[in-house]
Design a protein around this ligand. Structure first.
Ligand code: IVH
Length: 711
């Protein structure tokens, strides 16, 4: 049944019995989908509403209540495949509130329970409610011993090996206060990492996750820890289970102690002296919600004094000393006006939904991603039906889901509101930009334009890629400007960037006179371009935008060929047979057939080759190992970067350090020689300290390499 069809509570007993049955079924199914399969089919809000209605009905008809009702239990039993472990103390759920009035009621309830007068102070703490998965971490003598998911609250799955791959979870505590300590918290995935993961899943034709929480759940529950290791999971501690000694007198002191031990604690934990400041804090968090970079679904208010928490105790499913105030749902219904097809850098045809603008979670949404043609047809990447196989048609009433900063998605279709004349969407068989035929190889979810190097859309996107931060990183040449220059035929391929000043002159256009430009910005742009004429080999290869040749592959190729001439002589089809080229390439560690073919195909394309030659004439390509040895401070070092860097992206820092002779590792070990700590580089920095590895700040690092800058 659909949750929204549940009528209000003036029901007969017979109706109540049947409603209760369906609500229990709905909730049990949702629990299974959410906890076991990490693939929910109803939204959190619908789930909460269903549970609330069930609770009301059970309150109204107490003899219809039952101990195995979902109102009396937490989550779902553990899934097969993992070892199970019993929690020494039950992992509870939280009671939900949906308004500030509910917060008032909660505070009044607490006071009543404790016999506290209105005037007596009652301090609480407020903390974002992380939309992730609960996890219990057991430390014995300061060493991580076991990690267990919540499961049904009594028994969870043992995921220790997987959790050991998560940077935020310390293997060893800095200051173990107790021989036995159980830390509880939330595993989550940031919006950025979620987006990147989905992009790479899509490329690999693997399952795309509906939201960061599903991605986190799917990543944690991998039978192969290596898969988890490759997924960027994070952890916030928000409490503890069994602990043999005191962590403090208050929740806030205990959380400070937990942070001291090396755990990430949410930076927005706030002590509130009264209900007004708690309400204000809820509103503040709601405002900054979309800028946090990870999903939260509400704010948790907890009584601060641990002695009071102890007196309040727990109900069957939740502590009486805490409440979760949930944000309004981030889903809304609107109309699908059109489906546009965008052509990407490697020719992928990506459908985009154009919507009747609608506010979802406080943000106006007018576009949503539709992934690929199967998705429109109602089929997932695994070939199984999604939305019960309902296809998307122009004119449909669609439900839009949006989580934080993540690109909005179409979560559902209301078939009953479908216009009579709506016809199935016909995915184009030719490129909507250049008209070339499209192709979709077997087993590939993506349809592509086949005019790889001549299609204007692909050329424009390749150009944008070449200018982007991880490649040339040209400040002042954003996507909009590139589009404009592309249309004016001043900028059509990478080489044109370096000819920009001359081209304007030749065409008799004075850029300074153009809208949005002035003397200063024009001079700055030309100076910036000049400063980017020296390009490290790996960046140049990556910048060419060849399919399957990402940063890592580009780096491998650069390492192998060392300089441009060697590379071009080895892959240029004029001097080598195709087979020879492919054989050479697949001999390189980490280069398979797919990459070799794509690379070879690109270099055999006349148009592409000519445009590369024109580019090479404009730039100086730094050989890969140019700076190794000698006085170079990074030669032979194994380095780790952690935290957010100010002056450059991670990709950039990596390429630069590697071009200066360093090897970059993902985690700190005894083999690490240098750790560069950016903003919030918590656990890796701590680990480096523990192991006595040399730590430098980003500024110190920049100073170290200053005389060896490549630009
Ligand atoms: S305190 C229930 N604080 O929400 C025991 N929980 O819906 C006290 N959660 O299972 C939990 N963020 O895993 C607490 N800041 C936070 C939280 C949080 C997320 C999770 C927690 C719990 C679930 C209940």
């Amino acid at each position: 049944m659909s949750v929204s069809s549940v009528p209000p509570n003036d029901v007969t007993e017979g109706q109540a019995a049947s409603l209760i049955r369906s609500l229990r079924d709905t909730i049990a199914q949702a629990n299974k989908d959410y906890h076991q399969r990490a693939d929910p089919h109803i939204t959190d809000h619908e789930y909460d509403v269903a549970k609330e209605r069930l609770r009301n009905l059970e309150d109204q008809f107490p003899h219809l209540a039952s101990p195995d009702s979902p109102t009396q239990t937490v989550g779902a039993p553990p899934i097969e495949g993992f070892k199970k472990a019993e929690h020494s103390r039950r992992m509870l759920s939280l009671d939900n509130a949906f308004s500030l009035q509910d917060l008032d009621d909660f505070m009044a309830r607490v006071r009543r329970f404790l016999g506290m007068a209105e005037v007596e102070p009652l301090e609480v703490i407020s903390e974002p409610k992380i939309d992730g998965l609960s996890l219990s971490l057991i430390y014995k003598n300061g060493q991580l011993e076991q990690a267990v998911t919540r499961g049904d609250g009594h028994v969870g799955e043992v995921v220790t090996a997987n959790v050991r791959t998560i940077d935020d979870v310390p293997q060893k505590l800095v200051n173990a206060v107790s021989d036995y300590l159980e830390i509880r918290g939330e595993i989550y995935m940031s919006h950025m990492d979620f987006q990147k993961l989905n992009e790479s899943q899509l490329k690999k034709n693997e399952k795309v996750f509906a939201n960061p929480r599903n991605a986190a759940a799917g990543s944690l529950r991998q039978l192969d820890p290596q898969v988890t290791a490759a997924r960027p999971l994070q952890f916030f501690a928000h409490g503890w289970g069994r602990c043999d000694s005191s962590l403090g007198d208050t929740q806030s002191d205990a959380m400070a102690a937990i942070s001291e031990m090396g755990f990430a604690v949410n930076p927005h934990l706030q002590i509130c002296h009264d209900i007004d400041s708690a309400a204000a804090e809820f509103q503040r968090i709601e405002k900054i919600r979309s800028s946090l970079g990870y999903d939260i679904d509400g704010v948790v208010i907890k009584v601060n004094l641990l002695s009071l928490q102890k007196r309040l105790g727990n109900s069957t499913t939740a502590p009486r000393w805490a409440i979760a105030i949930k944000f309004p749902a981030e889903a809304a219904w609107t109309r699908l006006k059109a489906i546009d097809i965008q052509v990407g850098r490697t020719g992928a045809l990506s459908p985009v939904a154009r919507l009747e603008p609608i506010t979802v979670g406080g943000v106006t949404v007018s576009n949503a991603t539709l992934h690929n043609e199967d998705y429109i047809k109602g089929m997932g990447s695994d070939g199984a039906p999604i939305r019960e196989g309902r296809d998307l048609r122009i004119g449909d009433r669609v439900k839009i889901y949006r989580a934080g900063d993540v690109i909005p998605k179409v979560a559902d279709i209301d078939i009953s509101a479908r216009p009579n004349d709506a016809t199935p969407f016909e995915f184009p068989s030719s490129c909507p930009v250049c008209g070339a035929p499209t192709s979709r190889p077997d087993g590939d979810a993506v349809r592509r334009c086949t005019a790889e190097f001549t299609c204007p859309a692909q050329r424009l996107e390749k150009l944008k890629h070449f200018v982007s931060r991880p490649v040339l990183n040209i400040d002042g040449l954003g996507d909009k400007i590139i589009e404009q220059f592309f249309e004016q035929k001043i900028l059509e391929e990478p080489a044109d960037i370096f000819l920009l000043e001359t081209s304007f002159k030749e065409k008799g256009i004075d850029l300074k006179e153009m809208d949005g430009w002035g003397e200063k910005s024009v001079n700055q742009l030309f100076a910036e371009i000049e400063s980017k004429r020296v390009v490290p080999l790996a960046r140049l290869i990556f910048g060419l935008g060849i399919r399957h040749v990402g940063e890592v592959v580009a780096d491998r190729l650069a390492r192998h060929f060392v300089d441009w001439d060697t590379l071009i002589n080895s892959v240029a089809p004029s001097s080598q047979s195709a087979e020879n080229v492919s054989n050479q390439l697949v001999d390189i560690e980490g280069i398979g057939d797919k990459i070799a073919t794509a690379f070879h195909k690109a270099f055999s394309d006349h148009t592409f080759r000519q445009s590369i030659d024109r580019l090479v004439a404009q730039v100086t390509i730094l050989p890969h190992e140019m700076d190794k040895g000698g006085t170079n401070p990074l030669a032979g070092l194994t380095m780790v970067f952690t935290g957010t860097l100010k002056a450059m992206t991670r990709a950039e820092a990596k390429v630069r350090a590697e071009s200066l002779g360093a090897r970059i590792a993902g985690s700190v070990s005894t083999k690490t020689s240098l750790v560069v700590v950016g903003d919030q580089g918590g656990s890796k920095a701590r680990k480096a300290k523990e192991l006595g590895v040399r730590l430098v700040t980003e500024d110190e690092y920049l100073e170290m390499i200053e005389s060896h800058q490549i630009e």
